[in-house]
Design a protein. Sequence first.
Length: 469
Amino acid sequence: MNLNRLSLPSLIACVLVIALIGIAWSVWSRDGGPGLPHPVTLGSQVQRTGVTPQDEQAPESPDQRTRVTPQDKHAPQSPDQRTGVTPQDEQAPQSPDQRTEVTPHDEQAPESPDQRTGVTPQDGQAPESPDQRTGVTPQDEQDVRPPSRADLPPSEASGSTVRVQKIGDNEFRYLVNSEAQVFIGMGYNPIYRYLSNEERAANYDRDFRILCQAGVNHITGWDADKGYEQDKFDELTLDYAHRYGIGVVMPFFLPFDGDYYDEAFRRDLLDQAAAKVARFRDHPALRMWGVGNEVFLDGLPPEMAPAFGDFYLEVADLIHGLDPNHPVIYREGEDIFVPIIVTFMQRRPPEREWLLYAMNVYTAEIERILDTWTDYGFDRPLFVSEFGAEEYWPGGRAIGYLDMWRMIRSHPEYVMGGAPYVWTTEGPEPVDQKWGLMDGESVPVDDTFSRLRADWLEEEGARRSCPAT
């Protein structure tokens, strides 16, 4: 370019453009762009495997923090899992005015009028064809793209209303249908998806009765996370959870290895999210939308962080627009990535008080993180969406879990509660054999669950009437 041919105003304009590009680059570098070290080199987060080659040689003390790479925890994902599509996401589309969806079990037997769940134990007892034992409905087998998000109207009513109320500086209340509630959760991981609806219903009835009698009021789950086929949370799951007074954090998978700069990839995820919201937003068991889990920890490339941050706000805004009655919550490992997350969650107005953060923690760092949470200036409460203790900790595993729960409850003003990982040893991930609290028949494997149960039942509102068999 010949600068002598440019007028003074044009020269000034060029200088300004170059300066703006430099500023943008420095901001991305500071806030999660190429200037960040790769997440897996930070080494301050122990994932729930808690195992590296060094770990197998000698036990650690509880306060030692383990360096873990994504390969330590999970098998690689198949290419199909990059789309974040789960079997339930591939079901036939709803018409925009459909507020609920009928599943096969709803059509098998008449309901009793007093059941608000929409499901009776008889709902799955009609004889099933062999194909029905897989849990696949004819609708599941149709190769039909979900409805476009542009065709879906916002919800005008909801079976439940959930929000976080700020009542002072770093002081919040978690409200379910306007009633304050402690988040007493359980990471719920059994694989019932291939059972008949009758068998699934019987298992949910057994499991949720145990959880109800222990004071648990929430379950969390996963979609296609970690390269393993997770269970499906569908109408049957939610119906039985609601029967026992248990709310559901509905998962929505965001792949760590997706190209968040690619418009077609983003559009596909947005359409999936819109379809899922339209399907479940009016169910009374719904509590929050669990959008994304450990995306940074699993290996999101640093150069993808800006695009992921922008996309996350886009999908969160979409979900909130369609369902303003339930918060969106992001789950991530410990507090390593909180500064990055704070930056991208606060980058674009408005403030989004309905966009929440949850932490997964498996180390003694939990005490430090909880004590210093308000120092991040996030102006959000904290949920502990996963926690687990090691057998070699002082007092053993059961005492470790109990101590972690009591640390969570030591900050009731800004820590809303927590969910131990994980319900059963028979989950999809190999590490579930280590962390599971129950065996495949929902029988406690040790005294961890009973110790937690005793503390949970001391919480206000935890003791409630649970339906009889």
